[in-house]
Design a protein around this ligand. Structure first.
Ligand code: SF4
Ligand code: SF4
Length: 386
């Protein structure tokens, strides 16, 4: 199969997986790691969620139509009844049960075997480096590297589907290619590469974590080149598209924005209904994946209507210029979901790092993400300043 067909088929498979309805159930407010980029630390008090609450949450997911459940925490393996919870999820009707964990508890073979017996299908392990010192700088726990590696091997021995999450940051981006190759050699073929989110500890440690797109580009491209292997599945999560020039098939499916909006639902509703500014608004917006969406929503609230973005000058044709411009209006039927759909279809635009050289860059928002995912950033043609 030639490269581009392979990329398209892989993208269809990945998009189909991304669009499957999943229900997330948090079962602990505790974790045995102290990761530099933890988003959750301020919500952690060392406790576990009661079985009654967990079962009610599992049922809510089934009622909403989900048949896959993702069990998380904190770290879910800290819950003393995890095998029981997995078995309950299965008996209630979930066809696929996944846990997201730092993997350290899986170093105990009996624990891994108990999870297998309870019906667990998939384990996602957070393994942010293959270099022990870097790994433990990120997890904050001495000994966590060897335990997590043993956990990975035990998970494979039990026959779980095993995938690996890596938060890309200043500590590990230069060695990302070697990290991927290390885990590939250990039999992993699915990776989710996450960008830090400027909240919780990641915000406190932002100077240690966030990195420059220009400096990282060559290292990351080297790592992303591994995704051309047809047996390897790499997803990205909130990674700004500008990092992915040449690997646009790795740009996260824009429909995932709905998950972010659902997660921020109460705050966004207060903004829409009462005009209460988002509590997170400020310096961190420049680091935040939601920057474009939040700016659009504020503009809509101010002007009561928002038009589709124009195509960038380097792509604009006379025929397209004559088309009517779709407009979203604020009315009594407003829903965040409808607005998110409009934003994705008409306002979710991205730029290449090369756009900085273009004389239109200050007045241009880039091109629609759907076109870039399909055709690549190479369609953009920066015009030199004369
Ligand atoms: S962009 Fe939105 S979600 Fe992100 S920090 Fe700013 S206000 Fe909060
Ligand atoms: S090259 Fe970039 S900045 Fe220039 S017109 Fe095209 S999208 Fe806009």
């Amino acid at each position: 199969m030639i490269g581009i067909e392979m990329d398209e088929e892989k993208n269809r498979t990945k998009d189909a997986a991304a669009e499957q309805k999943r229900h997330w159930v948090r079962i602990t407010r505790a974790c045995n790691n102290r990761c530099l980029f933890c988003l959750d630390r301020e919500n952690q008090n060392g406790s576990v969620i009661t079985m009654e609450e967990i079962v009610a949450d599992l049922k809510r997911g089934l009622d909403s139509g989900a048949r896959r459940v993702v069990i998380s925490g904190g770290d879910p393996t800290v819950h003393p009844k995890l095998p029981e919870i997995v078995a309950k999820a299965k008996s209630l009707g979930y066809g696929h049960v996944q846990i997201i964990t730092n993997g350290r508890m899986l170093a105990y073979p009996k624990f891994a075997a108990d999870l297998k017996r309870s019906g667990l299908d998939e384990v996602t392990l957070s393994l942010h480096s293959h270099i022990e010192a870097d790994f433990e700088e990120m997890t904050g726990v001495k000994g966590s590297y060897k335990q997590a590696l043993a956990g990975l091997l035990n998970a494979q021995k039990q026959g779980f589907i095993v995938s690996v999450d890596i938060v890309i940051n200043e500590i590990n981006y230069r060695t990302l290619r070697e990290t991927l190759r290390f885990y590939i050699r250990l039999g992993v073929s699915e990776f989710d590469l996450l960008y830090p989110i400027p909240f919780g500890d990641a915000w406190t440690n932002r100077k240690r974590l966030f990195f420059s797109p220009e400096e990282a580009h060559a290292y990351l491209s080297d790592a992303f080149a591994l995704s051309k292997d047809s047996d390897l599945y790499i997803w990205t999560n909130r990674l700004p598209a500008q990092y992915l020039e040449g690997f646009e098939d790795l740009i996260q499916n824009p429909v995932k924005l709905h998950d972010e909006v659902r997660g921020m639902g109460p705050e966004l509703s207060r903004l829409v209904e009462r005009g209460e500014p988002m509590s997170c608004k400020g310096e961190r917006c420049d680091y935040c994946f939601m920057k474009g969406f939040c700016a659009d929503l504020e503009e809509l609230l101010e002007k009561k209507e928002l038009a589709a973005r124009p195509e960038p000058l380097c792509l604009r044709s006379a025929a397209k210029r004559k088309k009517p411009v779709p407009i979203f209006r604020m009315d009594k039927d407003f829903t965040l979901q409808a607005f998110t759909d409009f934003h994705i279809a008409h306002r979710y635009f991205v730029k290449s790092l090369r756009c900085r050289e273009c004389r239109h860059t200050d007045s241009c928002d880039g091109a629609w993400i759907g076109d870039i995912r399909k055709k690549g950033f190479s369609i953009l043609k920066p015009e030199a300043n004369l």
